[in-house]
Design a protein. Sequence first.
Length: 286
Amino acid sequence: MSSPTPLRLDAHQHFWRYRAADYPWIGEPEADLRRDFVPQDLRPLLDAAGLDGCIAVQARVGEQETDALLDMAQHYPWIFGVVGWVDLCNPTLEQHLERWRDRPRLKGFRHQIQDEPRPATFMADPNFSRGLQHLQQQGYVYEVLIRCADLDAATTMCQRHDRHHLVLDHLGKPDIANGPAGWAEHLAPLAALPHVSCKLSGLLTEAGPDQRSAHALRPFIELALELFGAERLMFGSDWPVCLLAGEYADTCQLLEQTLGHLSPSEHQAIWGGTAQRVYHLEGNCP
């Protein structure tokens, strides 16, 4: 059996039709995001970057988000996978998942754990744990969206759930201004878990205006490479959120400038191979 054709992918971006009530996390500092961002806006950016397609990730709470992203993926085959939303604490989770059983582009789920009042408590909730266990049994990826202060709690959670792939978004949102040492110390135990991968995404928006350069961010990327290895890292633009810090091309150039020394196989992993494997995208390739 031949291997699937390698894809070059943006493994983390969002689409939305903006309604203020749906996106409470978009505050006044993010006012430029208060408009629609749809597939037709992204496709030229992917083409310019030489990318075959993307994985669309949820940005609002509600099962209607999952439905909307899946509908987009049905119309735009270059949306190779969808990471949707579902309430893992719901005792009828199994029935809710059943409604998407015939939607093969649904690859996983995510919740904005970082926005919970007590993220560590949320991740330790037995109801959440039961839901995550069921997701893994069904073969769905779960993405972990937290800030660096909750890396230890995320490690404990991921240690308990090793039946399928887990993905850490945005390198765990390191505190760029404080340097990489403390962040890396707390990231290392999580990175040591072989079923956990990590997205090289979101760094530009986490950095302050004077830190948005390859020189300033190189230590974080190199430490992630050391801890995870290229085979568990994947590029993600975090578009359109990345537009708060620069252009789409800037997210690509950051990695190109910092990872130029890697081998062709390592480049292939980060620019699509890892995502293709973790999200089982082989069956979606055109």
